[in-house]
Design a protein around this ligand. Sequence first.
Ligand code: MN
Length: 202
Amino acid sequence: MSFILPDLKYAYNALEPNIDAKTMEIHHGKHHAGYTNNLNAAIEGTPLAAKSIEDILGNLDMNNKAVRNNGGGFYNHSLFWEIMGPNGGGTPTGDLASAIENSFGSFENFKEQFSNAAKTQFGSGWAWLCAHKGGKLDVCATPNQDNPLMPGVGCGGTPILGIDVWEHAYYLNYQNRRPDYVSAFFNVINWDEVAKRYNANR
Ligand code: MN
């Protein structure tokens, strides 16, 4: 079995002005495609080729750099495209909204904690909102293409929202202004998709 680069469910320019079309095109068509191809090359002919990406990452040998970097890159970007959308922004509703209030005190507190995690991750990486069994939510950041599904990484649990803070995710439009990119990201979050992932993993 080979992993396949997922199609975007919206056009490259659909997230403008928050994320520009050129960045989306390169990010999806070059970076994510590269992680996908390199993951397939790394697992070809090994027992990992028969496993799901969640299974591969959850039982990962962290010394396997090719699978760690490219499997993480494949999974992280697949999540990233889904939790954004052209009709995004606003605030969550329903059980997810309650869980955010229970875990962080308020949506504003969550937003501040998540944004700080994204802004202060040194160098390349991601910030995450993770769901734990029982419904508790956590925020954490991870370097490179690591994610909390991997053994001993970040806050554990299942990532239900993530922001890519590699420079390739924002540099064309924002240059060194990562905080502006993080702020704009909140305008494109697809909270319905985040809620779906929360309900499936709490
Ligand atoms: Mn990226």
